[in-house]
Design a protein around this ligand. Structure first.
Ligand SMILES: [Fe+2]
Ligand SMILES: [Fe+2]
Length: 243
């Protein structure tokens, strides 16, 4: 559910950025990215249908279950795009949103490899796309930021707000899914799934608590924001911790 909401935001942002881009190579890249995001929306929507959501209930189900903090995260980004702010839009989309998506997909891929290989396969393809998208953010935007250093404070503020809503989303989603993850583990143990430990950024996904996994995910994403933003000359701002 959150994946569809996140990918819809990526589709809206990348398509909006096509017309704002100041040069043709950027327009071309963002247009191909728009196609990728449309495909991601389609793949994750199909998954909801496979899980039993009826076609006619799709929109109402998304409205009902999309996490409110993820909706805010998307609003911060889409406001920059609708204001016509290309530089902030690309940082928000190709570094913050994509950086988050990339790492969340990696975690989901690692946790579904044994139990749901088909979904893991789908995620691998999506991860490859997101890696390209993040690369564009870094390569193109670094030079634009050095031409417009006056934009930095506003971009840093946007990153801090988006990071806050991202952490709040993680907190909500992890506390809601804790039980079902425990269930899944029990089921896997009963079915005698081979319990080779899956290591992910230093956490053993078979035995780590939900809080530990959430902590590793948040640290990994924020660490990557910091590195990537540093490479384009933006100073990473720590978000306040959601209550
Ligand atoms: Fe995507
Ligand atoms: Fe993407």
């Amino acid at each position: 559910m959150q994946l569809v909401a996140g990918e819809r935001c990526a589709l809206a942002a990348s398509s909006g950025l096509v017309n704002l881009a100041p040069d043709y190579p950027s327009k071309h890249f963002l247009a191909t990215q728009t196609l990728d995001e449309a495909r991601h929306v389609e793949i994750f929507t199909q998954r909801l249908f496979d899980l039993g959501v009826a076609k006619e209930d799709l929109e109402s189900t998304i409205d009902r279950y999309a996490n409110p903090n993820l909706v805010k995260f998307a609003e911060v980004l889409l406001e920059k795009v609708s204001d016509g702010d290309f530089i902030a839009g690309v940082v928000g989309q190709n570094i913050v949103l994509e950086g988050m998506a990339f790492t969340v997909f990696e975690l989901l891929e690692a946790t579904s490899r044994d139990l749901n290989p088909k979904f893991a396969q789908t995620l691998s393809g999506t991860i490859a796309d997101e890696r390209r998208h993040v690369g564009f953010g870094e390569n193109r935007i670094g030079s634009l930021i050095s031409e417009h250093p006056e934009k930095k404070p506003e971009i840093e503020k946007m990153q801090q707000e988006m990071s806050y809503y991202m952490l709040a989303t993680f907190a909500d989603v992890f506390s809601a899914s804790g039980e079902s993850i425990d269930e899944g583990r029990k089921l896997a143990a009963q079915q005698g799934a081979d319990s080779l430990s899956t290591e992910w950024h230093g956490a053993d996904l078979e035995t780590a608590t939900i809080e530990e996994i959430e902590g590793v995910l948040a640290d990994t994403v924020l660490g990557e924001f910091k590195n990537r933003l540093g490479r384009i000359g933006i100073e990473y701002q720590s978000p306040s911790v959601p209550a």
